[in-house]
Design a protein around this ligand. Structure first.
Ligand code: PLP
Length: 449
């Protein structure tokens, strides 16, 4: 289609592009040319098994003609309309989302991705409550714009401090494997464990003064910071604290939404209805950029006579909305939510098998097709295979070996994340696990005897 030989993609891209999250001299991009199902190919015809759905977003898998054709049809009919206009995809997508989102969430603001969805959720909450503070967790990522970075608890925020949105206070995550509160009491019951973390949150609410707190923002299941699955009662407890202190609950479902955990949204596992919910990634399976903020009717109604001060040129972009509608249809028609749910126990068994065979596997966790392997030097002390917020020679070598053997996977510090397209079969999962199984010899060698 474009006049550039495949062999020139990499050199020309390197000459003229600036790469995010990267030291420019160190980037080694894969020159990718096509993708289908759970695989993609580079310019040399090398095939990669995609265990990260690219950026944890291609939920329905690559190259689905139904979504591609919806984009083409919409581009022919009306590629763009101004933010103040109503279009067919805008009408239909709002209706569709109100059917699949929890409880009475029934109004939707459209953004371009996850960061601006979170920024707008915070604006809506602040405007609605008249309060300004937001509580979010340390092990969280909410996006890279100034407001979303402030909400983010993980170290990606630190280089930009203090010039970020003020008014955010962080609290601890109910992360059982490395729980600060329970190092000497690791066998505590789930109910008590949950209560300890709810008490911690309530203490912070008191210190910060509930009359200043607008919202609590949580990733329903924490993504890059460790696939931290909330213990039983935790999200319900956070909801109850929000109700008790007149604080809004915002669920960030950017990564955990659209079937990733085996339900439409992760909050559905615990029947929790947030006041605001943000989404992106799996909303279109990344066939086109789109984010959204779902809100309860009373929040939308608060702006009936008051102007909502915010917007984007590309809000409700018809091409992206058409992609989202077709994507949701694919998720429904192909029963991919049910498939992800059914694959959860299979993934769990494969993860557990790895744990049994490799001394460098400290812990594995998953919910649906959202999984993680934590690699350690010592199972007893849980010393991670790379330090906090850093890599290590072993993790770098592991990543290289996996890629060389055709497995595209996301590795965060001492962890490997397993986030494949939801269409993945048992045989394809096993194919990826056999590559991981061989490569873990690298980290096993560094386990303390
Ligand atoms: C949980 C979560 N929230 C928000 C974001 C930000 O989304 P985006 O990169 O589309 O701005 C991400 C991106 O990875 C995410 O994982």
């Amino acid at each position: 289609m474009f006049d550039l030989p495949d062999a020139d993609i990499l050199p020309v891209a390197l000459e003229h592009n600036f790469w995010t999250w990267s030291a420019q001299a160190k980037v080694v991009p894969i020159p990718v040319t096509r993708a289908k199902g759970v695989y993609f190919w580079d310019v040399d015809g090398k095939r990669y098994l995609d265990f990260n759905s690219m950026t944890m977003c291609v939920n329905i898998g690559h190259g689905d003609e139904r979504v591609i054709n919806a984009i083409i049809e919409q581009a022919k009919a009306l590629p763009y309309a101004a933010p103040e206009m109503a279009t067919k995809p805008r009408a239909l997508l709002g209706q569709l989302l109100s059917e699949i989102t929890p409880g009475n969430l029934d109004h939707f603001m459209f953004t371009l991705g996850g960061a601006d969805a979170n920024e707008n959720a915070v604006k809506l909450a602040r405007g609605y409550t008249g309060k300004h503070k937001i509580l979010s967790r340390y092990r969280s990522y909410h996006g890279a714009s100034a407001g979303a970075m402030a909400l983010t608890g993980d170290p990606r925020r630190n280089p930009w401090e203090p010039n970020l949105m003020p008014g955010v206070v962080h609290f601890l995550d109910p992360y059982r494997y490395r729980s600060t509160f329970h190092r000497t009491n690791p066998d505590i019951s789930e109910a008590e464990f949950t209560q300890d973390y709810l008490n911690h949150l309530e203490e912070i609410i008191h210190y910060e003064d509930p009359s200043t707190i607008s919202a609590i923002l949580v990733e329903s299941v924490t993504g890059t910071n460790g696939i931290i699955i909330p213990p039983l009662g935790y999200l319900q407890g956070v909801r109850a604290l929000c109700d008790k202190y007149h604080i809004l609950l915002i669920a960030d479902e950017v990564m955990s939404g659209f079937g990733r955990t085996g339900k439409w949204f992760a909050v559905d596992h615990w029947d929790v209805v947030p006041d605001l919910m943000t989404m992106a990634k799996g909303l279109t399976s990344a066939y086109a950029p789109l984010g959204a903020v779902a809100m309860k009717p009373e929040i939308a109604a608060a702006y009936n006579d008051v102007v909502y001060q915010g917007g984007l040129t590309y809000t409700a972009h018809p091409i992206s909305l058409a992609a989202a509608i077709a994507n949701i249809k694919v998720l429904r028609e192909d029963h991919l939510i049910e498939h992800a749910d059914a694959m959860g126990p299979l993934l769990h068994r494969m993860l557990a098998d790895l744990g049994e065979q490799h001394p460098s596997v400290g812990e594995v966790r998953n919910i649906g097709l959202f999984g993680i392997i934590e690699l350690v030097r010592d199972r007893k002390t849980k010393e991670p295979m790379s330090p906090w917020n850093a890599s290590s020679p072993e993790m770098a070598a592991l990543r290289k070996a996996l890629l060389e053997n055709g497995l595209f996977i996301y590795s965060h510090w001492h962890t490997l994340l397993i986030i494949p397209p939801l269409i993945i079969t048992e045989a394809q999962l096993a194919e990826g696990f056999s590559i991981i199984d061989k490569a873990l010899a690298i980290t096993d060698k560094s386990v303390r005897k």
